[in-house]
Design a protein around this ligand. Structure first.
Ligand code: TXA
Ligand code: MG
Length: 336
């Protein structure tokens, strides 16, 4: 079973960095807090260590990993080309929840990129991650710290439940600040393309680069661009649907039509909070995109833990600041 090391006081941070770096230098895995979700880290230069990530998560070898850096120099060691657009994005959004996909350097092992010739790079803002990468002196390959096909973890307890028996150390720094995975964007000489929406919106990226996204239909090259977009990702065990209701009567109809015992139905709402006390659980998340993202995965984890069969999520506003959570929920809803 994994050792759990909690960061509560400033001294703990140094101790945690020391413990984690020691394992990572030996090619071991460590579950680490980041500002988005918890990650499962390994030395990105060490192919054997990277392969341990795939084994622990049972992740298909075809799904590439994000490489985490803590300086511009380190980012440059990972790529073979650093276009002006990457520089603009890095200046604006790093450290932070943005992953930039670029042509990889020869130093990046093939396992990291699933054999492809691009690599996703991110400079996380979490103080522990920054300190850890600096201490290690090498970049960290890290997917979300969950078994493949499970929800991403936003608390150390989620990691322990999913991977606790497969890894030696989990660093617990409390709930993740952002709560959904980073925005992933591919940058090429001919423009940029959003591969995974996140808390940094496509509008903010367009503003920084002073141009619009390339039409996705024009993209032709290479294998699957971001397998996380295709596979069964980001979904709880329970069936999830997105619905709107004007009032209690409409909601009752939705519940009746589902054919599921109301006690096994959990509701996640942000605006229309019903009175109904026949449901298994009613979770209210504030109608603020940032706070919603922070709370969402914890609520979905709780639905699964407390035996939900059906999760009805109140549909979200169609405005830009919601694109990250909309993406995750729409994907989860389309799974079945
Ligand atoms: O916020 C995050 O990004 C978290 C934390 C730990 O940094 N990491 C994360 O990693 O969500 P993961 O592996 O769960 O999701 C990475 C996504 C996948 O959809 C993967 O396919 C895509 O990024 N990706 C990684 N490298 C890529 C590449 N070279 N080209 C296209 N997509 C890539
Ligand atoms: Mg993941």
């Amino acid at each position: 079973m994994a050792e759990i090391f909690r960061i509560e006081f400033p001294d703990d941070l140094r101790h945690a960095v020391f413990k984690a770096a020691e394992l990572l230098r030996r090619g071991e895995l460590v579950a680490v807090p980041t500002e988005t979700v918890y990650g499962l880290a390994a030395n990105a230069w060490d192919e054997e260590a990277v392969l341990r990530i795939f084994a622990a998560k049972e992740r298909p070898a075809s799904n590439p990993l994000i490489v985490h850096v803590a300086s511009r120099e380190m980012a440059l060691q990972c790529v073979s080309n650093w276009p002006e657009d990457a520089e603009l994005l890095a200046r604006q959004f790093w450290p932070g929840p943005l992953t930039i996909v670029l042509p990889k350097s020869s130093r990046i092992p093939d396992a990291v990129t699933a054999g492809g010739n691009t690599v996703g790079i991110r400079w996380p803002s979490h103080p522990f991650m920054q300190a850890l990468i600096q201490e290690c002196g090498f970049p960290l390959a890290a997917p979300s710290a969950n078994s493949s096909n499970e929800l991403s973890p936003t608390q150390a307890e989620h990691v322990i439940k999913s991977l606790g028996e497969r890894i030696p150390l989990v660093i617990d720094a409390g709930p993740s600040a952002v709560g959904i995975e980073s925005t992933v964007i591919e940058v090429t000489a001919s423009g940029f393309h959003l591969l995974r929406p996140g808390s940094i919106t496509s509008k903010a990226i367009e503003k920084t680069l002073g141009k619009e996204q390339r039409d996705s239909k024009k993209i032709s090259n290479g294998p699957a661009k971001s397998p996380g977009q295709l596979a069964r990702h980001y979904s709880p065990q329970a069936c999830l649907v997105l619905r709107t209701w004007k009032n209690e009567t409409e909601l009752t109809r939705i519940i009746d039509e589902s054919g599921v015992n109301p006690r096994l139905i959990h509701l996640v709402c942000h605006e229309k909070v019903p009175h109904s006390n026949s449901l298994g659980r009613i979770a209210l998340i504030p109608a603020d995109a940032e706070a919603y993202a922070r709370a969402l995965y914890s609520e979905l984890h709780r639905c699964d833990e407390t035996g939900a069969k059906l999760i009805i999520v109140e549909d979200l506003p169609a405005t830009p600041e919601w694109e990250g959570v909309r993406d995750r929920l729409t994907r989860a809803a389309h799974q079945r």
